[in-house]
Write a protein that binds this ligand. Structure first.
Ligand SMILES: Nc1ncnc2c1ncn2[C@@H]1O[C@H](COP(=O)(O)OP(=O)(O)OP(=O)(O)O)[C@@H](O)[C@H]1O
Length: 233
């Protein structure tokens, strides 16, 4: 479980997250929606300690993120909005292998994860290609593969579908569906509920850094126009 209590995050005078309380159960799929600047990215970056709270606490699987950063980063994998920032190696295969290698897994297991994760984003067979020759959408798919290869308890994806073409989107969605069935919790930051509506248990809408709505997808879709978030059509 990811549990957020009384979380406040400020950038100078800007209060980006303003007293959020939120719990995400194991195996749940939660969409985090909200207008630009409502605090979505700032909130989820606390889930694995990329940011420190100004107030409040965040815990993952019962442990405070501040007290055990390694446990939080093993349990929570993130795909960022600018995935090019999270590439760590020169080739596709090496990039996806990096996380599992850091977990100390044996070579066969690493290779298995690399191949499975690249398959999920339609990049299989391209292990030796250089990452600096990839298109924006391919970089995004590679970043998703890197997160999948960690087999995290909780997978957080910040606007993951923006640069994906339809086949890649379908393939990523299929993998997310499998992960969810296997018990991985998913947190998907998106402006467009259609992206993962079929998977979502709840939609959490942020406004001005706080939770304005926490509801089932159908109810959220009905109320989104009032909440200044692009509605599904
Ligand atoms: N590094 C930063 N330095 C200063 N202010 C920041 C920084 N990052 C975010 N902010 C501000 O904090 C607020 C929340 O930003 P955040 O990126 O969390 O929102 P968001 O809901 O993810 O937005 P978007 O939909 O545009 O990605 C905004 O007012 C933003 O300008």
């Amino acid at each position: 479980m990811i549990r957020v209590e009384g979380l406040v995050h400020r950038y100078g005078d800007t209060v980006a997250v303003d007293g959020v309380d939120l719990a995400i159960d194991d195996g749940e799929c939660v969409i985090v929606a909200g207008a630009n600047g409502s605090g979505k990215t700032t909130l989820v970056r606390h889930f694995n300690g990329l940011l420190d709270p100004d107030e409040g606490t965040v815990s993952v699987n019962g442990r405070s993120v501040a007290d055990d950063l390694v446990a939080a980063r093993t349990a929570v994998a993130m795909v960022f909005q600018r995935p090019e920032d999270q590439l760590v190696a020169a080739t596709i295969g090496a990039d996806v292998a990096f996380g599992p290698e850091n977990l100390g897994l044996d070579r066969d297991e690493i290779d298995r994860r690399v191949s499975e994760s690249l398959g999920a984003v339609n990049l299989d067979g391209r292990e030796d290609e250089r990452v600096d020759a990839l298109s924006g959408g391919e970089v995004e798919r590679l970043a998703i593969a890197g997160a999948l290869a960690m087999r995290p308890d909780h997978l957080v994806l910040d606007e993951p579908f923006t640069g994906l073409d339809e086949p890649a989107r379908r393939s990523v969605l299929a993998r997310l569906r499998d992960l969810r069935a296997e018990g991985t919790s998913l947190v998907v930051v998106t402006h467009d509920l259609r992206d993962v509506a079929e998977l979502a248990d709840r939609v959490v809408v942020l406004a001005d850094g706080d939770v304005a709505l926490d509801a089932a997808p159908d109810e959220a879709a009905d109320r989104l126009p009032d909440l200044d978030v692009r509605p599904p059509c």
